[in-house]
Design a protein around this ligand. Structure first.
Ligand SMILES: NC(=O)c1ccc[n+]([C@@H]2O[C@H](COP(=O)([O-])OP(=O)(O)OC[C@H]3O[C@@H](n4cnc5c(N)ncnc54)[C@H](OP(=O)(O)O)[C@@H]3O)[C@@H](O)[C@H]2O)c1
Length: 286
């Protein structure tokens, strides 16, 4: 029976990959405690023992602001980790981010557009992509954005908590992006991973994000509206400027990803994040 190795299996996306059906496959999920991807020897020993046919790398250092003061750790997890996994030669799907772009306003970002990360997180994630792409084997990089889901910390859970505590939410309204359900990312990774094994010449970078584009303030409004159906308090959301919400890491103003290529190559459509929000809300408010 073929084996799929999922790294970062306890994260937002990792848990959704573990929850998918994998008919005919042996599913091995590991998080930092079982396999620290920054340890090259551990990665080599683990893969020699388990002999995976496919790796889905969901492990990452995702704390965008903390990365500014943890550059070494961020580099170890976001660049060296994927490089060690790629060095095994096992076909691999690696997840990356919209934050590899500088966020210049204009059209949605395509895969071939020039990158220009604004901070440590984006820089180390870009270096991770490059390490994966440098391998001779089969690989795909899935760049996604604004991840939310049932598991782990995310923007949706933060907004629900703050709405219960405050009379008004002040949320950034001048950054554009596509909120993306974690379970849809998991399903896309599975489809691409299986295609990597079945089809030649699908190596590459693919963009995948929810539609339609919105701002963090727009996302917050939709979250509160969806939670009202479950008796949650709705408070006004005031859109503020990025300049009025200083953070250690600079964030791109335009994070919208053009997701045409993943559709034409694999038939994977952009998920509607508003429908996903409504679907997940019973679990999120409970
Ligand atoms: N979250 C977003 O909004 C967002 C946006 C764009 C792209 N992405 C990308 O999407 C992917 C999945 O993100 P996510 O939101 O699911 O992240 P997450 O919830 O932070 O999960 C990442 C997982 O990786 C684990 N990990 C960290 N260091 C590790 C190491 N050295 N070895 C093994 N595992 C390690 C973490 O464990 P600990 O909890 O112990 O650290 C955690 O379980 C990442 O590649 C991320 O860059 C995320």
């Amino acid at each position: 029976m073929p084996t799929v190795l999922v790294t970062g299996a306890a994260g937002q996306v990792g848990r959704e990959v573990m929850a998918l059906d994998w008919p005919g496959w042996r599913l091995v999920g590991v998080d930092r405690d079982q396999l620290d991807i920054t340890d090259a020897n551990a990665v080599a020993a683990f893969t020699q023992r388990e002999r995976p046919d496919l790796i889905l790398n969901c492990a990452a250092h995702t704390a965008v602001d903390r990365a500014e003061s943890e550059a070494e750790l961020s580099d170890a997890i976001n660049r060296a980790g994927p490089a060690h996994l790629a060095a095994t030669g096992v076909p691999m799907v690696h997840i990356s981010t919209d934050y590899v772009f500088d966020g210049r306003p204009g059209r949605p970002w395509r895969e071939g557009d020039a990158t220009g990360p604004l901070g440590v997180y984006g820089r180390t994630k870009l270096a991770g992509e490059q390490a994966v792409a440098a391998t001779a084997g089969r690989w795909a990089v899935l760049r996604t954005a604004w991840v939310f889901g049932r598991h782990g910390a995310n923007f949706v859970k933060t907004m629900l908590r703050l709405a219960a505590e405050r009379d008004e939410l002040r949320v950034v309204g001048d950054q554009q992006g596509g909120p993306t359900p974690a379970d849809a990312i998991a399903a896309a990774c599975q489809t691409i991973g299986l295609a990597l094994l079945d089809r030649a010449n699908v190596n590459g970078i693919y963009h995948f994000a929810g539609a339609p584009p919105t701002t963090w303030a727009g996302f917050a409004q939709a979250i509160l509206a969806a939670s009202a159906a479950h008796g949650r308090r709705v408070v006004p959301v005031r859109a503020i400027a990025t300049a009025d919400y200083p953070t250690p890491a600079k964030r791109p103003a335009n994070s919208v990803l053009d997701c045409t290529l993943i559709h034409t190559t694999f038939g994977i459509a952009q998920p509607d994040w508003r429908a996903a929000l409504v679907r997940m809300m019973p679990e999120l408010v409970s």
